[in-house]
Structure formats: C-alpha cells, structure tokens
Ligand binder design. Structure first.
Ligand SMILES: C[S@@+](CC[C@H](N)C(=O)[O-])C[C@H]1O[C@@H](n2cnc3c(N)ncnc32)[C@H](O)[C@@H]1O
Length: 195
C-alpha cells in the first residue's frame, strides 16, 4: 500500500478519518499551556485538521506552521480559522520540507507513515529542529503489525530511532490521554542535541 497524497486525499474525501479527535488532545493542550515563549517557531507536520495550530494561534502564538501532504484538511482549516496566515499553511511532503523550528508537535503523524519510514522521520526531524529545539507529542504504544495506519510500536523501538541527535527528556505512558487512547500512547519530549 502506498500512503501517498492520493491515499490521504481519498481518506478525507470519503470521510474515513477515524483519527480525527475533533479537538486538540489533552496531553498536547497541557504541554502547550506551560509554554511561556509566544515567539517560538512551531511546526505541526501531518497536521490534518490542525486543532493544535488553532489552539496555539488562539493563545497568541504567531509563528505556527501547519504542513500536510493533502490539501483537503488545509482547506477545511483555513475556513475554520480564517485569521491564520495563509503563508503558514503548507501543502507538501514532510520529507521534502526544509525549514527550521524551535518546536515540532507530533500528533498521529508518525503512526500514519509506513513503518519503513520511521528512521527517516527521526533523521528529518533532526534536520528541521534547531539545536536545543524539541519534538514533543504522542506515539502509540501497542504492538506493531502489518495492520494500519495507525501503526503501533514500542518505547524500545522509538528510543532506537532517536538515539542519534536527540536526548529523550521523557517518553512515558500518557496519564491524560483522550478516552479512546487511554493506556495506548506514550507522551514524549525529544530534545535536539546542541551540535
Ligand atoms: C492520521 S492523520 C493525522 C492528522 C492529524 N495530525 C490528527 O491527529 O488529526 C495523518 C496525516 O498526515 C498526513 N500525511 C501523511 N503523509 C504525509 C507526508 N509525507 N507529509 C506530510 N503530511 C503527510 C495525511 O494527509 C494526514 O492528514
């Protein structure tokens, strides 16, 4: 199966969007709520409907960028959040995205990729996150099988991908997951090493 732009656009067009929580999830919201620096340059890759960006923007963060390979959710986002700068709505492939961020937020993007792309995901995060910047978010914690997306995985597997270039501040079972994901996800903060 090719999880390409066509695949994702068809999922949106046919309404097969079971991943869509309909709102920002609690672990991400609580993380954002303790950030004081409103100047941070933040990326939400594989943003889908971009609830995290909507929340950040409403809280006064202005350097927020959303990126998705499919235009469908970006169109929906711009209708929902009309004040959001159009130049910060990016349609494209994460693996070809070239910019620098202080913070990247992971919310059901990693698990949507073909598992063979996981090491490349970590390498690419290493390229786009500034030294001492952070990758923060959620990773599923259930066995990886051929079934997916979402594709599962384990803490040991994830730690392996980030062992070069990042320091893991935390990667633990989330205590504040939304109900359908309770006991099934890890909250993590990976800090990019200072080269
Ligand atoms: C499972 S959905 C999650 C969407 C959103 N983060 C959420 O939690 O509702 C995965 C998203 O990643 C996007 N996507 C998949 N591969 C991508 C890639 N290589 N680059 C950018 N976006 C991608 C899809 O279009 C889709 O919107």
């Amino acid at each position: 199966m090719n999880f390409d732009q066509k695949y994702w656009t068809e999922r949106y067009q046919s309404g097969q969007t079971g991943w869509d929580a309909g709102t920002i999830t609690t672990p991400i919201k609580e993380y954002i709520d303790q950030i004081s620096d409103r100047e941070l340059r933040i990326l939400i890759p594989g943003c889908g409907m971009g609830y995290e960006a909507e929340y950040l923007f409403a809280q006064g963060f202005r350097n927020v960028f959303v990126l998705d390979i499919s235009e469908e959710p970006l169109i929906a986002f711009s209708k929902r959040v009309p004040g959001f700068p159009v130049e910060q709505l990016l349609c494209g492939d994460f693996f070809e995205h070239d910019a620098q961020y202080d913070l990247v937020i992971e919310q059901t993007f990693f698990c949507a990729l073909a598992p063979v792309m996981r090491q490349q995901y970590a390498f690419h995060m290493g390229k786009i996150i500034k030294p001492a910047g952070k990758l923060v978010g959620l990773l599923f914690d259930f066995p990886l099988t051929t079934e997916g997306p979402p594709f599962g995985g384990s803490k040991d597997e994830y730690l392996h991908y980030f062992c070069n270039g990042f320091e893991i501040d935390i990667m633990d079972r989330a205590y504040n997951s939304i109900k359908p994901r309770q006991g099934r996800e890890l909250f993590f903060i990976a800090k990019k090493n200072i080269e």
